[in-house]
Design a protein around this ligand. Structure first.
Ligand SMILES: [Zn+2]
Ligand SMILES: [Zn+2]
Length: 361
């Protein structure tokens, strides 16, 4: 029997979101219905609403979530009803060419639930990133559920499902930050601050936070930035060099997705250092770099997909670190809101007033 719940829907490009009745089918083979307890408001939800991802309206928004498995379909073995889970948008397939080469964090063939959630009139919904968790319940592939210790409140744990994992993973998994490294992070929203927290966790000794908003630079200090610079007032490249003996940072993380900022990250890097792009560019952007410098500086220019994470490996570990007081996940939660607060949360996000607004159900 299908069931009806409330969900936050983006009906058309740019239109304010509305709360509507969503029909959730019973879980089929390999699927799970999850009772959502909390879901963070991420820039990607706003991008969907703005038509920046694709035109498959209407969208059921929300994808940074934690909750409790209510029911599972045939053949599901990784989770059971009652399990506390973080939802992920990388249900690893195990059979694609990347998985077969032992690199499942790049999985090229991730999957979602087969059945569709709909509006009452039968209109098929497109769940954001295959999740759709601004809703009382959602239908996902069981592989999108990662069971974790209930030590963290859902509002905190859910953030690992997207932005915070992307940032931590950009530093640790993609950037390979290690003990004694110097790191510069460009853009200090949720993802950038998570990269800062990840760099501290990994043992970086110098962590430079770069942003154009002094308020965000203050937040960055709380996550472990040892130096901050406002790039609207100072030359960020010169500043990074000035605090790294004139050399530049070993790992420069771009968390904005802007060519001019990327160029700063590129120029702030020490010889043989690594640039990590975790900010998401717009499709119309192009990048120009002095080619001789790309060669001459050596090292690596990398992109980080979802922090190159493996949910089954990384989520439980990060929850353990949170429980031990080594990862300040609570600090990412600026406010908790209801489903009716999502539209206003988008505006607060655009104004840079919050790291994360989290819908609590
Ligand atoms: Zn795969
Ligand atoms: Zn997200």
């Amino acid at each position: 029997m299908s069931q009806q719940v409330r969900g936050v829907i983006a009906r058309s490009k740019g239109a304010p979101v509305t709360i509507e009745t969503v029909v959730i089918p019973d879980p089929g083979p390999g699927e799970a219905v999850v009772k959502v307890e909390a879901c963070g408001v991420c820039h990607t939800d706003l991008h969907y609403r703005e038509g920046g991802i694709n035109d498959d309206f209407p969208f059921l928004l929300g994808h940074e979530a934690a909750g409790v498995v209510e029911a599972v379909g045939e053949g599901v073995t990784n989770v059971a009803p009652g399990d506390f889970v973080i939802l992920n948008w990388r249900a690893v397939c195990g059979t694609c060419r990347s998985c077969l080469r032992g690199r499942p964090w790049y999985c090229f063939s991730t999957f979602n639930a087969t059945q569709k959630m709909t509006l009452e009139d039968g209109t098929v919904l497109s769940p954001a990133l295959g999740i759709g968790a601004f809703a009382d319940k959602t239908l996902v592939a069981a592989g999108q559920c990662t069971k974790v210790d209930q030590a963290a409140p859902a509002s905190t744990a859910g953030l690992l499902g997207c932005g915070v994992m992307a940032g931590i993973g950009a530093a640790i998994n993609t950037g390979g930050v290690g003990r004694g490294d110097s790191v510069a992070v460009f853009g200090c929203g949720g993802v950038g601050d998570a990269a800062i927290a990840g760099a501290r966790l990994a043992g970086a000794h110098t962590i430079v936070a770069v942003d154009v908003d002094d308020r965000k630079l203050e937040w960055a200090k709380e996550f472990g930035a040892t130096h901050t610079v406002n790039a609207a007032q100072h030359d960020a490249v010169e500043f990074v060099k000035s605090v790294t003996n004139g050399n530049g940072a070993d790992v420069c993380i771009e968390a904005v997705g802007n060519p001019a900022v990327y160029r700063q990250a590129f120029e702030s890097r020490d010889l043989a250092g690594t640039v990590v792009l975790v900010g998401v560019p717009r499709p119309d952007m192009t990048l120009e770099l002095p080619f001789i410098e790309v060669f001459g500086r050596g090292g690596a220019l990398k992109s980080s997909w979802y922090g190159d994470c493996l949910p089954s490996r990384d989520f439980p570990m990060l929850i353990d670190l949170y429980r031990q007081g080594r990862l300040p996940l609570d600090k990412f939660v600026s406010e908790t809101i209801g489903l009716d607060g999502v539209e206003e949360a988008f505006h607060k996000m655009e104004r840079g007033e919050v790291l994360r607004s989290v819908v609590v159900l």
